[in-house]
Design a protein around this ligand. Structure first.
Ligand code: 5GP
Ligand code: ZN
Length: 112
């Protein structure tokens, strides 16, 4: 998706502080962190939101949790705790319409 900022980050057309990347998933720091650890874990496939998920995506989306667990360890929040959030649609505050998981941990977790 040429106009999608996350597709551009995934393909290196836009800069980001990338922590992890493989053929299925890219993880990078949120540009406006709301806690000391705030990372976005993004499938490389452009899926608009949870509303567009299909059964074929099940393995890929499960894999986001595997990567989340590894990144939580690397960021030293695995034991202290963290939230995994997937906003869907306007009322949830989704602003980037490429499905992504927020990993939020450390001090000042203000989200529910
Ligand atoms: P949403 O509200 O859609 O779940 O979250 C989108 C998140 O992406 C926001 O927390 C926002 O700060 C982050 N974001 C938006 N544009 C960029 C960008 O260009 N680079 C990075 N690293 N994060 C972004
Ligand atoms: Zn995209």
């Amino acid at each position: 998706m040429p106009s999608c900022i996350f597709c551009k980050i995934i393909s290196d057309e836009a800069p980001a502080d990338i922590l992890y990347r493989d053929e299925r998933v890219t993880a990078f720091r949120d540009i406006h962190p709301i806690a000391s650890t705030h990372i976005l874990i993004v499938p490389n496939k452009h899926i608009v939101s949870v509303n567009e998920v299909t059964p074929e995506d099940e393995t890929l989306l499960g894999y986001l949790f595997t990567i989340a667990k590894e990144i939580a360890k690397q960021e030293n929040v695995a034991e202290s705790g963290y939230k995994l959030i997937v906003n869907t649609g306007p009322d949830a505050g989704q602003v980037v319409f490429h499905l992504h998981m927020h990993l939020i941990g450390g001090r000042r977790i203000r989200t529910r």
